[in-house]
Write a protein that binds this ligand. Structure first.
Ligand SMILES: [Zn+2]
Ligand SMILES: [Zn+2]
Length: 350
């Protein structure tokens, strides 16, 4: 089978690999679409950050060249002895594998599992004609949900998890800082929220899709916009600030923008140390919460349900590319930041 395998930074090869053999609790999925995201672009251009090219991953045990792809859907074509019921079904995989036994799993926080690992980052994933996945990561795609929509389920599950963590009350004013890939899916996950949602970004194209996805106001800012600039643009008290811009100083800006008694959800992973004046945060009782990944068992079915009711691919802008072109037409444009919308790789197109 053909697969997109990361060997080293800037060295992703589409090559022949042995077909996966399912373990007892696994299935083999013939991949319909595999979405690319910023994480794939980072692994390709600056990695490995998560891909275990040199040291075995503690959760998966995998080491060495790795087939990328953690946002995939397809049809189950083979299964181990304990997963035979899945054969023939159209499925989305959450890609996050949890043990089901540790303290976090028992509390339903499977995304924090002690031995968590991700298909397509910690072991082989769905950027291939076939992928093996534990049946525990699967959700059946509802009949009324088109493939192009279902392919957005994993990133939307991440967005819905973030929205859940933000505990937004009815009518509250929400500001989303940064409408890139993850910000867009958080915005989509705010579906049904009845309060104002303002979106701030440096890119007019992203703001246009934000309006299509339900933002009630959008603000174009410059790269060097300050907290005072944001306050001028949005003078009303902000109940919930969602920080998904990832720019240096992002946390201070988000915390400063939240109203007294407000809440900040930190989404982006800013690697550079940031300076914060915490006394201001304490004196105004601003709550800070964080979010990572998603809970397969709850967020993924919610995402598929939402995508069945409210298709997103149109508002988001989806491009499909053949597997053989994944570097030139997928990863390189993502790294260069010239992509608007979502790229889905279709391995059936060769
Ligand atoms: Zn992703
Ligand atoms: Zn666990």
């Amino acid at each position: 089978m053909r697969a997109g395998v990361l060997h080293a930074p800037h060295d992703l090869r589409v090559e022949d690999r042995p077909e996966p053999v399912p373990g007892a609790a696994d299935v083999v999925i013939e991949v319909t679409y595999n979405g690319l995201c910023g994480t794939d672009a980072t692994e390709y251009s600056k990695g490995p950050m998560m891909v275990p090219l040199e040291k075995p991953h503690p959760g998966s045990g995998h080491v060495g060249p790795t087939t990328l792809g953690h946002e995939f859907i397809g049809t189950v074509v083979d299964a181990g002895a304990d997963a035979r019921d899945w054969v023939g079904k159209r499925v989305a995989s959450g890609a996050g594998v949890s043990c089901g036994r540790c303290a976090w799993c028992r509390r339903g926080r499977t995304n924090l599992c002690a031995s968590y690992y991700t298909l397509g980052l910690s072991t082989h994933g769905g950027l291939a004609e076939l992928v093996a996945a534990p049946a525990s990561t699967l959700v059946e795609i509802p009949d009324g949900c088109a493939d192009l929509e279902a392919a957005l389920a994993q990133p939307l599950a991440v967005g819905l998890h973030g929205v859940d963590r933000a505990e937004i009350a009815p009518g509250q004013r929400v500001v989303l800082l940064g409408a890139g890939a993850i910000g867009t899916f958080i915005l989509a996950g705010l579906d049904g929220h009845d309060g104002p949602v303002a979106v701030v970004d440096i890119d007019p194209g992203r703001l246009a899709s934000a309006r299509a996805l339900g933002a009630t106001e959008t603000h174009l800012i410059g790269r060097d916009s300050t907290l005072d600039d944001l306050r001028d643009l949005m003078p009303d008290p902000v109940d919930v600030v969602i920080e998904s811009s990832g720019v240096p100083g992002a946390a201070a800006r988000a915390l400063g923008l939240a109203a007294r008694g407000g809440r900040v959800l930190l989404v982006s992973l800013v690697k550079t140390p940031q300076e914060l004046v915490l006394s201001d945060v304490v004196l105004r009782e601003v709550d800070v919460v964080t979010t990572v990944a998603h809970v397969c068992g709850t967020d993924l079915p919610k995402a598929l349900d939402l995508l069945t009711r409210t298709p997103l691919s149109g508002a988001l802008g989806v491009t499909t590319v053949p597997l053989e072109d994944v570097v030139a037409a997928g990863l390189e444009p993502l790294v260069a930041g010239t992509v608007g919308g979502k790229i889905l790789v279709d391995p059936r197109r060769g």
